[in-house]
Design a protein around this ligand. Structure first.
Ligand code: BG6
Length: 483
């Protein structure tokens, strides 16, 4: 009996995501011999190309990156192309026909929706109408990119439309942050060790800071970005997902539903922000010059930066604020999570007037310079009693010398191909996340939301972000070094 092959169909194959992330990740897997022999990749989009032209285009895109192109020719033989429109039913018939020719009798299929979000629903609906979701001739899965909806209501609608065609176990809602090694390592760090878990709660943790800062501006994605802004782009997905990994209870296993049940519990426990009272808990900013970007509306009030302070109302986290911030055009690209521990209750050591003992913290460095820093106080040698903070550091580059950190998409594509949804968001997680950010979006889009503060390109964002922390007697910490 011949082995069942798999067709990975990329809708939106001539777009940015396919050429910059998906095909290079698949090529990377091929080079490492992690892409099963029987996997073929079929691009589908409106541009007219032959298989050969598609292969050349993808090669051009992949050669922009430093990836090793040595195995390209063998990889290219896996690539095929069908031109068609996601809104035209006949084009799905042609696609299906071509797939059947390539597949022979039986094959699994993964439909990857790397198209504009407004095309998710028509694409899925046509797959259903043309019988392409039926599992008679092999397994069928669909991978859907973010943003999944633009608010709770549209996410629910989209979930209903997708669920009308595919079962939940066939649906893979992607959040590429979950594919990052350092995000996965949060779970290994917490649950493969014993030392931190006993203090990972309100008794020892003062607050948590989650920062995803980017130096890039909105560039060529301006017209898309202007419609969504930072809260939909980053908070509803990446930041809330990172928060769940930090805050969740230990799942009983690493199996998808065990894990996702615990994440959903965290999201359910987040106190819903009151849209009338966002002043003290959120900040929104826009970088200077954003309005001059081609594709941005002249009077746009879209936020390119935001802070949100959240509470998780459960036994473990009662009273511990989680500060989330993200923005574009900032002074640097860095994503980090700081778990800041409480101060010692009493100091035995003489401190300068007005000084207090500092907090210990654990910095989880998501990127760049992946690793962890643990900060604690030490006595400075040859002084009577002077204290200084010291960092104990773990860097992937030193400790896993020679092991390259793979791009997030590699791991997620392998999981989708093998049918493991653990690192993908389930229906309830997506809706619960929208439920948290919806009031913020409403407030930001209303007349009485927090003021839209301008900030200079290349800084760490608007003044209001510092003021929000200062009101709580805190400051933003850069725990992973570098600035
Ligand atoms: C994407 C957002 O999901 O994540 C982009 O749409 C953002 O706006 C990107 O730039 C950041 O990803 P990374 O992996 O570079 O941190």
């Amino acid at each position: 009996m011949t082995e069942t092959t798999t067709s990975l169909v990329i809708f939106g194959a001539s777009g940015d995501l396919a050429s910059r992330k998906l095909v290079p990740a698949l090529h990377g897997l091929h080079r490492k011999k992690r892409l099963d022999e029987g996997v073929r990749i079929v691009g589908f989009s409106r541009s007219q190309h032959s298989d050969e032209e598609f292969r050349e285009r993808m090669k051009d895109a992949a050669s922009d990156s430093p990836a090793d192109l040595s195995a390209w020719d063998a990889f290219a033989e896996r690539l095929f192309y069908v031109s068609g429109d996601s809104t035209v039913p006949d084009d799905f018939e042609r696609l299906d026909h071509r797939l059947r020719e390539l597949e022979g009798a039986r094959a699994n299929r993964i439909y990857y929706l790397a198209v504009a979000p407004k095309l998710y629903e028509p694409t899925v609906t046509h797959l259903g109408l043309k019988g392409m979701a039926s599992e008679e001739r092999g397994e069928r899965r669909v991978v859907i990119e973010k943003p999944f909806g633009r608010d709770l209501e549209s996410a629910r609608r989209l979930n209903r439309a997708v669920r009308a065609v595919f079962k939940e176990k066939q649906i893979y809602r992607i959040d590429h942050y979950l594919g990052k090694e350092t995000a996965q390592n949060i779970l290994y760090f917490r649950f493969a060790n014993t030392v931190f878990e006993p203090i990972w709660n309100r008794n020892y943790v003062d607050h948590v800071q989650i920062t995803v800062a980017e130096s890039v501006d909105v560039a060529s994605r301006a017209s898309f970005y202007d419609e969504i802004g930072v809260v939909r782009d980053m908070f509803q997905s990446h930041l809330l997902q990172l928060m769940t990994l930090v805050a969740m209870e230990p799942p009983y296993s690493f199996e998808a539903d065990a894990l996702r049940n615990e994440k959903a519990k965290v999201l359910s426990a987040v106190r819903s922000p009151d849209p009338r009272g966002l002043d003290g808990i959120s900040v929104r900013g826009q970088y200077r010059g954003y309005l001059e970007t081609e594709g941005v509306k002249a009077s746009s009030r879209t936020a390119t930066y935001a802070v949100l302070k959240l509470w998780i109302e459960n036994w473990r986290w009662q009273g511990v604020p989680f500060y989330l911030r993200s923005g574009k055009a900032l002074a640097g690209k860095h994503s980090e999570i700081l778990v800041v521990f409480r101060r010692p209750p009493h100091s035995l050591f003489p401190l300068p007037p007005g000084a207090r003992l500092r907090n210990n913290y654990l910095a989880i460095c998501i990127q760049p310079d992946e690793g962890m820093h643990f900060r604690f106080e030490a006595k400075v040698p040859d002084t009577a009693a002077e204290l200084r903070p010291i960092d104990m550091e773990f860097h992937y580059a030193d400790d896993f010398n020679g092991i390259e950190i793979p791009p997030a998409y590699e791991r997620l594509l392998v999981d989708a191909l093998h049918g493991d949804p653990a690192l993908f968001a389930r229906e309830d997680e997506v809706e619960l996340s929208w439920k948290i950010v919806d009031p913020v979006l409403h407030s930001f889009e209303s007349e009485n939301g927090p003021p839209l503060e301008l900030y200079e390109v290349g800084t760490w964002g608007p003044k209001g972000a510092e003021e929000l922390m200062a009101r709580d007697g805190l400051g933003w910490l850069h725990g992973c070094g570098g600035h």
